[in-house]
Design a protein around this ligand. Structure first.
Ligand SMILES: [Zn+2]
Length: 149
């Protein structure tokens, strides 16, 4: 399944999607082209047809992300700009506007919040965010090391 990979890629600042059985090959190629999406796929012919694609070979998430990073690198300015869940755009929102939706602890510890303009999910720079950004930096470091060899 490439859904997990797609969430990471979005987190890293790229609009991406993956092929599942919900669309025909023609439709997914068109869908990606219209929206400028990077298509993650295991299908060679689909990868060739898509305007932007990454042909995924490894079943392991770490290898998949390393492969992506070697091609695209990480877009640090765009971290946390794209909704990992739905590929919508995240916009900064006033704390007052999300007050009713979030647990007290989160509201006490955070001042900045972002909301997805598509699915409405609210994000903040909590421990989950930090764990993911740390993990990304580790992967970037490893990808750079590989390059030097
Ligand atoms: Zn969303």
């Amino acid at each position: 399944m490439l859904g997990r990979m797609a969430r990471w890629i979005r987190f890293m600042g790229y609009h991406a999607t993956y092929a599942d059985n919900s669309m025909t090959d023609d439709d997914i190629v068109k869908y990606c082209k219209e929206r400028g999406l990077i298509l993650l796929t295991r299908d060679i012919s689909l990868a060739e047809r898509a305007e932007k694609s990454v042909l995924i070979e490894s079943p392991h998430i770490r290898d998949q992300l390393m492969q992506f990073l070697r091609i695209y690198g990480v877009n640090r300015e765009k971290l946390m700009k794209i909704c990992p869940v739905c590929d919508g755009s995240l916009e900064e929102v006033d704390k007052d506007l999300v007050q009713g939706d979030l647990p007290r602890g989160v509201l006490l510890e955070n001042e900045e919040f972002w909301k997805c303009n598509r699915c409405g999910k609210v994000y903040w720079h909590g421990t989950h965010y930090r764990r993911i950004t740390d993990e990304i930096e580790i992967l970037v470091g490893a990808a750079n090391e590989d390059e030097k060899r």
